[in-house]
Design a protein around this ligand. Structure first.
Ligand code: CP
Ligand code: NVA
Length: 300
């Protein structure tokens, strides 16, 4: 494993090995064990979009591993003024041991890896969000014991989260269902791959998707960069909400996860959010452990 550009690039073994290391790092942190595996290593973090969790968990993660993280906003970098990614990649590779990037186009992340010489980590694109899904899978396994015979259901936009969750579910052997309005399905090529390799359902019917689910997941209706579509999307996604009625269709002990930030009253009702807040915030905490594992694998 040289980079983390998308989950589809990881073998099942690589994915499980990241999760195992993440569990170990979480245990160590809880027990006050100092683990400076990345002593002296430097990570650049390019942000072309906002972030709370990704920024803070990467920065804290590098610090805890004995390394250093630089926050690089596109407002300050020359990349924001049109310097090509090919040049940025070659320059940053001479200063840094790794680069994390959050941006719009997946191609920009792939190009950074292609032209640079250090590991590149995708911190979210319009296409996928692999770091989030590693933390999600970690949370599911932690709470359910294993992935065996589980069904993960996603309700809402077939966006970056849905794409990565579908791949993550198939790779770990979970059944996956998504309920989304027509025209908002996940990436067609990924759906094709997922259906060929796993138990995958794409439907417009929320209750059908949630039926018997062990994990119910949602994300915002309008992602970063889609702010102008907010009104249109509110209409399209009306009814695509995780609420008490939807939870009745899922298993009695079903978990609810949300990558955050959450919009109560839109993709999730306030009561369901609060009833599952413990799972959701543990999921957010697990970003730190899962990313530390990725950093150790790539930068060591
Ligand atoms: N879930 C997630 O990636 O959160 P941030 O946008 O705050 O980084
Ligand atoms: N789909 C959301 C995820 C945020 C973590 C977005 O791209 O804005």
């Amino acid at each position: 494993m040289k980079h983390l550009l998308k989950l589809a690039d990881l073998s099942r073994e690589e994915l499980l090995s990241i999760l195992n290391l993440a569990d170990q790092l979480k245990y160590e942190r809880k027990n006050g064990v100092v683990n400076e595996t990345l002593k002296g290593k430097k990570l650049g973090m390019i942000f072309q979009k906002s972030s709370t969790r990704t920024r803070v968990s990467f920065e804290v993660g590098m610090y805890e591993l004995g390394g250093y993280a630089l926050f690089l906003s596109n407002r300050d970098l020359q990349i924001g003024r049109g310097e090509p990614v090919e040049d940025t990649a070659r320059v940053l590779s001479r200063y840094l041991d790794g680069i994390m990037i959050r941006t719009f186009e997946q191609k920009e992340v792939e190009d950074l890896a292609k032209y640079g010489t250090v590991p590149v980590i995708n911190g979210l694109t319009d296409y996928c969000h692999p770091c989030q899904v590693l933390a999600d899978l970690m949370t599911v396994r932690e709470r359910k014991g294993s992935f065996k015979n589980l069904k993960l259901c996603f309700i809402g936009d077939g966006n970056n989260m849905a794409n990565s969750l579908m791949v993550g579910a198939v790779k770990t052997g979970m059944a996956f269902s998504i309920a989304c309005p027509k025209g908002y399905e996940p990436d067609a090529d990924l759906v094709k791959w997922a259906k060929e390799n796993g138990d995958v359902t794409v439907t417009e019917d929320v209750i059908e998707a949630a039926k018997g689910a062990d994990v119910v997941y949602t994300d915002v209706w309008a992602s970063m960069g889609q702010e102008e579509e907010k009104k249109l999307r509110e209409k399209a996604f009306a009814g695509y909400q995780i609420n008490a009625n939807v939870m009745k269709a899922a298993k009695k002990d079903a978990m609810v996860l949300h990558c955050l930030p959450a919009h109560r009253g839109e993709e999730i009702s306030a009561d369901v959010f609060e009833a599952h807040a413990d799972e959701i915030f543990e999921e957010a905490e697990n970003r730190l452990h899962a990313q530390k594992a990725v950093l150790c694998k790539l930068l060591r």
